[in-house]
Design a protein around this ligand. Structure first.
Ligand code: 5AD
Ligand code: SF4
Length: 450
């Protein structure tokens, strides 16, 4: 048995891809290793979204090179592969900069990994594969999906046609593509058979989903969700990440119609200033976003919101930044991600004049994060005394303790719940901690077991 170590950076789509790479290589004799030191092959599944994410890859490669050398000195072998978005964007540079790398493979072509490994073993040289092949990647991946735990990701859509001026995704992940409904349904059923009861549908623009339905028509994400909600073992559905422009009427309605659809939505806005939103090519205004949120809350009053924000986009004035702060105050978030603008090579905003100095970006990020943390704390505190269904996913640090997720994705720590692993059980929330909740098992019982 050979050993494989995969390190994953970035978004949940990379987490899904890493799991599929493990599935793909298992029939070729690779089992998972816990550390690169124990591995015959290491894959870095990389992220290119911000400069820092890409830099991390090169420093990790330096570390791996030394491990590889040590193994070679002892007569062993370790293949190094770089996958994901840095591979796609900087493939040739990686090959040139780091001689220890054997394989570079983009996110649309990792189904070819077994061939690429064979190529390296044949001694025909290092392998670089960053094409967007016309054939469907998903058709060539094994149908047998492994999963750990009761909650799983399922990629239904990939790529992006929106071309926000700061973002590398349309270049690294390519054009929008939706998997056919039947393929997704089969995968969801296989997950349910393995005991999975929560599925998060993934896509860079998941709500732009328009896959071929069994009736030959194009199905929307809402229609897909209705279909998946019929699968018996599946008790919870989520989807991420969405673009405000693609929140269609039927998807908004689905939040009121599908009980299994969790009342939590990640809906990135990036900025609260219409001027900046225009410069970002977001194709929506702050007011439209606010109205959208009101419409979803009208059908699902307990909806909790999350978002992404960028501060210090080129040309952002104090007044623009204040508009972002105002929007956050008006919408109210349960949780959010915020970043300093990072110029990415090849994107239009990177070469724009009026780049914002680092100290201004720092100050704005700090102010925004303080406000967002305050809102998160307030949201968590508002949960005290309420009873939620919690899906228990892993043991806690203390004996007998288990950690699960609330409908709003908050981690919930519960004592005396170790026997409830992989199950959903009602929990009364006793205290809000900074990033999680503490609760006790409640009377109402709801069981999720295969
Ligand atoms: N700089 C900073 N943040 C970025 N994001 C995407 N591109 C950049 C960039 N160049 C953020 C956006 C996006 C999230 C995944 O990452 O907020 O929604
Ligand atoms: Fe990037 Fe914009 Fe596409 Fe999201 S919608 S992936 S931010 S280009």
């Amino acid at each position: 048995m050979k050993k494989l170590f995969i390190k994953t950076y970035g978004c949940q789509m990379n987490v899904y891809d890493s799991a599929r790479m493990a599935d793909l290589l298992a029939p070729h004799g690779y089992g998972l290793a816990d550390a690169p030191e124990d591995a015959d092959m290491v894959i870095l599944n990389t992220c290119h979204i911000r400069e820092k994410a890409a830099e991390k890859v090169y420093s990790e490669l330096g570390r791996l090179k030394r491990i590889k050398q040590r193994k070679a000195d002892e007569g062993g072998e370790m293949l190094i592969a770089v996958a994901g978005c840095v591979a796609q964007a900087e493939g040739k540079e990686i090959i040139a900069r780091q001689p220890a790398v054997d394989i570079v493979v983009g996110p649309q072509s990792y189904q070819r990994l077994p061939e690429l490994i064979a190529q390296v073993h044949r001694g025909t040289g290092r392998a670089l594969e960053t094409e967007f092949p016309a054939e469907d990647k998903f058709d060539s991946l094994p149908t047998e999906v492994s999963s750990e735990g009761p909650a799983a990701f399922l990629t239904v859509q990939e790529g992006c046609d929106k071309f926000c001026t700061f973002c590398v995704v349309p270049y690294t992940r390519g054009a929008e593509f939706s998997r056919p409904v039947s393929q997704i349904e089969d995968e969801a059923r296989r997950l349910a058979d393995r005991g999975v009861c929560e599925i998060t549908l993934l896509g860079q623009n998941v709500n732009a989903y328009c896959g071929a339905g069994p009736d030959g028509e194009e199905w929307s994400l809402a229609r897909l969700l209705h279909r998946l909600a019929r699968i018996e073992g599946i008790r919870r559905l989520r989807y991420t990440t969405s673009h405000p422009r693609d929140m269609s009427d039927d998807l908004i309605a689905a939040h009121g119609e599908i009980e299994k659809l969790m009342p939590y939505l990640h809906l990135p806005i990036q900025s609260g200033s219409d001027r900046i939103l225009h410069a970002m090519n977001r194709q929506h205004k702050a007011d439209m976003y606010k109205k959208l949120v009101d419409r979803i809350r009208a059908v699902r009053s307990d909806l909790a919101l999350s978002s992404d924000f960028i501060v210090g986009f080129p040309g952002e004035t104090d007044a623009d930044f204040e508009s972002t702060m105002t929007l956050v105050r008006n919408v109210g978030y349960a949780q959010a991600f915020s970043f300093k603008y990072s110029p990415r090579p090849g994107t239009p905003a990177a070469t724009q004049a009026k780049q914002i100095p680092e100290d201004v970006k720092d100050a704005r990020l700090q102010a925004l994060q303080a406000l967002l943390s305050e809102q998160q704390r307030a949201f968590n505190t508002s949960c005290e005394g309420k009873t939620f269904d919690v899906l228990f996913e892993k043991p806690g640090r203390k004996h007998g303790q288990a950690v699960g997720r609330s409908p709003y994705l908050q981690p919930v720590h519960v004592e005396g719940a170790a026997h409830l692993m992989n199950r959903i059980h009602a929990v009364r929330i006793e205290a809000a901690l900074s990033n999680s909740l503490k609760g006790a098992l409640a009377e109402r019982m709801s069981v999720c077991a295969p």
